[in-house]
Design a protein. Structure first.
Ligand code: SF4
Length: 149
């Protein structure tokens, strides 16, 4: 599994400081995609277990959540990374463009964002969006946390 980018982000998961990995190889090719550099498999760097674990240790008292932007197409590897995050006491989140993902992945998530990018409907901050941000354990839709008013 290759990642194009690693960043610490504050807004993608409300109330959490997240270690965000953008995974290469997205096959959805949404019209107007803002991250076309993620379409090509093996763009960026290989996410090795040792590099990943070292980041988890480095940020263990600073961040609270690990966020994957995609990666559901590498189910086994993604699950391994989610398990490691949980072992290091991080919450976990996946942003997918799909409408749904497998139960096997869901079992390792605290939060899940579903839905492709549709320019005319907007992202999570839009009241018209097709996307959903869900707290998995309660199945509660948390989109309201992204609304400005
Ligand atoms: S799911 Fe995200 S990265 Fe993939 S094509 Fe759609 S907008 Fe781009």
């Amino acid at each position: 599994m290759y990642y194009y980018d690693f960043q610490v982000v504050l807004q993608e998961v409300p109330g959490e400081i997240s270690l965000c990995f953008s995974i290469s190889g997205c096959k959805l090719h949404c019209e107007g995609c803002h991250s076309t550099f993620l379409w090509k498999e093996e763009n960026g760097n290989l996410l090795t277990e040792s590099a990943y674990t070292s980041l988890l240790n480095q940020y263990k008292n600073l961040a609270t959540c690990v966020l994957f932007m995609g990666g559901e197409w590498h189910q086994d590897e993604l699950i391994k990374m989610l398990q490691l995050a949980k072992k290091h006491h991080f919450k976990t989140c996946l942003y997918t463009g799909e409408e749904t993902i497998s139960e096997e992945i869901k079992n390792h998530l605290t939060y899940l964002k579903t839905g492709s990018w549709k320019m005319e409907l907007g992202g999570l901050e839009s009241e018209e969006t097709n996307q959903k941000f869900i707290h998995i354990q309660t199945n509660k839709n948390l989109n309201y946390l992204f609304h400005k008013n």
